[in-house]
Design a protein around this ligand. Structure first.
Ligand code: C2E
Ligand code: MG
Ligand code: MG
Ligand code: MG
Length: 285
């Protein structure tokens, strides 16, 4: 049947624990039941301010733990969810779960914490997307300014004006907008002035090779230029994929506002977040 559908017969899916071939349609049906079988969960990774080292937000990153496949990376199943339309269901679950979790943490950890949620292209294009966001806010009763939605430049290319209109409607709800993986898409810089954005996430590919001894590299020049541009646009610059202390110091030197990455903290499950907060604040004070 997969063949008839012309979608390639077998695909190779790699979980963290197992590697084996799964027919695409099988994978699709596994994914279809992931929510009802309680196989999806959220992990959370801190985004900190370089001014004072405080955790500003947690990025919610979805995980799928299938009994046979093990942990399947979102890099694999999000594209499949997009192609099959399952993203509608999954995206809504992620949004509601992230807001619900944040509400709890506002009461137990820190009432100023934000949650950053990834949005996929097809989810963003859905006619009722703004309504879904509104609903998640109402259901969880969080103050909208604590919800950051991570969009990408590539979502905007097909119809820039439509994208801008949706962004404006989202902003009217009171939420904040982040541009994820900035620098890897193909949108024109001129659009940036029309996008009502709050945070720009510099893609990790530009951060990887930053070093104290080489301020003349292409990556260093690009990172400085993006940070300068952010200052001009009054947008928060956030560097992704910070893995070393050197990178963190260089970014501080360049005037970057926020950072996120393995050096600060890996994504962890909800139960570990409280613990992480405790350790982090003890270490930095
Ligand atoms: P992203 O939004 O750019 O998320 C950052 C990814 O980089 C995450 O991978 C994170 O674990 C990883 N990362 C964080 N710090 C470091 C670091 O210092 N070094 C390196 N090498 N990697 C780091 P993850 O969780 O596997 O997610 C991959 C992508 O899948 C995400 O990229 C995002 O585009 C997508 N994704 C994840 N969760 C969701 C979701 O709930 N909805 C949607 N639509 N997409 C999601
Ligand atoms: Mg992201
Ligand atoms: Mg990213
Ligand atoms: Mg991404």
């Amino acid at each position: 049947r997969a063949k008839e559908k012309g979608r390639g017969e077998w695909e190779f899916f790699k979980g963290e624990m197992n590697e084996f071939k799964v027919e695409r349609l099988t994978m699709e049906s596994f994914l279809r039941h992931a929510i009802s079988k309680d196989e999806l969960s959220l992990y959370f990774q801190p985004q900190i301010s370089l001014d004072d080292g405080k955790v500003i937000a947690l990025e919610a990153l979805v995980r799928w733990n299938h009994p046979r496949l093990g942990i399947v990376s979102p890099g694999l199943f999000i594209p499949l969810a997009e192609e099959t339309g399952l993203i509608g269901h999954i995206g809504r679950w992620v949004l509601n779960e992230a807001c619900r979790q944040l509400k709890k943490w506002h009461e137990t950890i820190n009432s100023e914490l934000s949650i950053s949620v990834n949005v996929s292209g097809r989810q963003f294009q859905k006619l009722d997307f703004v309504y879904e966001v509104k609903e998640a806010l109402q259901r969880s009763k969080i103050d909208p300014r604590f919800l950051h939605l991570e969009l990408t430049e590539s979502m905007m290319v097909e119809n820039v004006q439509y994208g801008i209109n949706i962004m404006r409607e989202l902003k009217e709800l009171g939420i904040k907008i982040s541009i994820d993986d900035f620098g890897t898409g193909y949108s024109s810089l001129s659009y940036l002035k029309d996008f009502p954005i709050d945070i720009l996430k510099i893609d990790q590919s530009f951060i990887r090779n930053l070093s104290k001894s080489d301020h003349n590299s292409t990556d260093a020049a690009i990172v400085r230029a993006i940070i300068t541009m952010c200052k001009g646009l009054s947008v928060t610059a956030l560097a992704e994929g910070v893995e070393t202390k050197q990178q963190l110091l260089v970014l501080k030197d360049y005037g970057c506002d926020h950072v996120q990455g393995f050096f600060i903290g890996k994504p962890v499950c909800a139960a570990e977040v409280e613990n992480l907060f405790h350790t982090y604040h003890t270490k930095s004070s």
